[in-house]
Design a protein around this ligand. Structure first.
Ligand SMILES: [Zn+2]
Length: 182
């Protein structure tokens, strides 16, 4: 991918990302496991909206609607930032996307235990889904893989953002044609 694909990143954006990411990590650590304050409140909202929307199209897919719902919004944001060439907002949207995986893993790991309080007290999505695929006995293992993948995604997105931030930093000098075409 050519560097020119991405807009120049200002110092202010870089500082925002440099402060924002540690703040995000602090929030994850300070929150109860699997439910990050504010961020997962928003995710829950998209989750709950996802069920009836997907349910409109297919009753069979309705149990998946919550998970799809909470992933669709960060993906849509990421695509939009990617198209605009805004590297750091793109990285932030990816971090949010992968933070959702931690939240999903937490719910998934509860498929047999059924200890989590459910909004509306309805069916347990992952109990339904994993039972259907005869994977219920592996709920915590699968959740472990999802959680680890989520963290890997978060770290990769952050490292990519930091690297992009460095590569596309706006210097005080105007970049010459020569460096652009190198
Ligand atoms: Zn649900």
């Amino acid at each position: 991918m050519r560097a020119e694909r991405w807009q120049t990143i200002t110092k202010l954006e870089l500082i925002g990302f440099g402060i924002g990411f540690p703040l995000f990590l602090g929030l994850v650590w300070a929150s109860q496991p699997g439910f990050v304050f504010l961020l997962d409140h928003a995710n829950l909202l998209f989750h709950e909206a996802g069920h009836p929307i997907i349910g409109l199209f297919s009753q069979r897919l309705e149990p998946y609607g919550g998970t799809i719902g909470q992933l669709v919004f960060p993906v849509a944001l990421a695509v939009s930032f990617w198209r605009k060439g805004q590297a750091l907002p793109f990285a932030a949207a990816l971090i949010w996307f992968f933070e959702n995986w931690l939240n999903i893993a937490h719910y998934m790991a509860d498929a047999r235990a059924l200890q989590l309080p459910l909004v509306g007290g309805g069916d347990h999505d992952w109990n339904t889904i994993l039972s259907h695929w005869r994977l219920l006995a592996h709920d915590t293992q699968i959740a472990g893989v999802v959680k680890t993948s989520g963290w890997i995604g978060i770290v990769l997105a952050a490292v990519w953002g930091a690297w992009r931030g460095w590569a596309n930093r706006g210097g005080p000098e105007v970049r010459s044609e020569f460096t652009e075409w190198r």
